[in-house]
Ligand binder design. Sequence first.
Ligand SMILES: Nc1ncnc2c1ncn2[C@@H]1O[C@H](COP(=O)(O)OP(=O)(O)O)[C@@H](O)[C@H]1O
Ligand SMILES: CC(=O)OP(=O)(O)O
Ligand SMILES: [Mg+2]
Length: 470
Amino acid sequence: MSSDQPRRDLILAANAGSSSLKITLFTTLDPEVAKERGRSVEFVLNCSISSIMSPPVKAVFKSRSSFDDKANKKEQDPGLGQEGDGRDKVKDHETAFQWFLGCLKEVASIDKERIGWVCHRVVHGGDYHDPVVITEESYHDIEHLSDLAPLHNGAALSVIQACIKALPNAKSIAYFDTTFHRPIPPHIASYAIKQEVAEKRGLKKYGFHGLSYSYILRAVAKHLGKPPEELNLIALHLGSGASACAIKNGESLDTSMGLTPLSGLPGATRSGAIDPSLIFHYTNRAGRITHDPKSAAHVGVSLAEEILNKDSGWKAMTGTTDFATISSKAELSNPDPTISSRNPNRLAFDLFVDAILNCIGSYHLKLEGQVDALVFAGGIGERSVELREVVGRRVRCLGYQRLDGERNGSADGSVEVVQVSEEGSEISLGVEGEQRKKRILVCHTDEQFEMANDCASDTSRWEKQHSSTG
Ligand SMILES: Nc1ncnc2c1ncn2[C@@H]1O[C@H](COP(=O)(O)OP(=O)(O)O)[C@@H](O)[C@H]1O
Ligand SMILES: CC(=O)OP(=O)(O)O
Ligand SMILES: [Mg+2]
């Protein structure tokens, strides 16, 4: 590199959600420092842009203390993003990303030319095993998978496009949610359909939120002082999209999402698992292809998929996607068993708990009771004291430690891992008398860190793969 070229020491990690874009900037650490700190990157700045499809768009900046002044002021006074700052031009993920890059200089005095690598969270990776540099070929592969993750892959692709245009000298790398779940054994990943069709069309359980589970696994291993490969966990990633994962000896054994992120637990606008026949009874136009102009990409999804992905879940049941509002209106202290037939918020809350218990119960069995911890993560998992309290009470019968009211009440996702259960004695319901403590933990998961940390751990990998600017 010639001396007049800018220093490329920053990694940008972009996480395109269904209606949000989370962007985090990290600086790479020298190998010596990285070894000492046990990580390859240092956090610089985070920007969460939400309500992208339903203005007014919200944007919150958070920064490391050395960058504090400007960025944290923006968080307290979100003046940036109100009229006059250009936020009104944010119409989709692509314009959201462009808006962020445009603010970078003003918010944190950072020159975008310093960004050497951009990690993109791509929810559906199909048959990709590992992260891949964006080339014409990998871009089209991801595009093909858009029908299977209609809320996500299209949005990620539009950010990738915007990034290639705005940062032509940076390497764009796709990280997949599906990678973590590749070890799921065939009898758990297969559907009971004709196997020739399944194979030809790639119809199997892929599983999602893998970047989050991978982060959780490492963080919990560090917290418990146990190697990840010896850890058995039941992890719950409960956010706008929600899933559960059984982790056995550090590998995914089962997870609740399937071929697409629609299956399993319900979410903000998603139904979760339903009887597949329901779609034919919901509307007789279920198979019609829709072209929602508000969709992040022009993917061909049927009306049924549109309804189950975007017009169901908390939004459809209660009118809000905010689980805090749902909890506060659910009259949780009312023990009347008929309350949920009168209160839609209580119905949504209890239905969510029930779906979560289905997963915990079956995963507990699959792990033969040998569970080191039940871990709550994601926006709801990290912040809903009420949900943890109810689930915590229900899993006592399986030998999980009792929830500590004070610890649970103060856990808000601000600490990487915190134990919210009492120390308690070991109760083993596992096989062969093996004892595990069955703690209940809250983990502040971070998909952007997971990508950036991996990216920086060996940047020479990316040089070998040819990137595309097309
Ligand atoms: N204090 C809170 N209590 C309960 N739920 C909350 C709270 N704060 C945020 N949430 C929930 O967290 C969700 C967002 O979670 P997050 O993991 O950030 O989702 P995603 O990454 O899928 O957009 C929101 O939709 C909201 O329902
Ligand atoms: C896979 C998925 O549902 O992701 P998210 O929760 O970020 O929407
Ligand atoms: Mg998310």
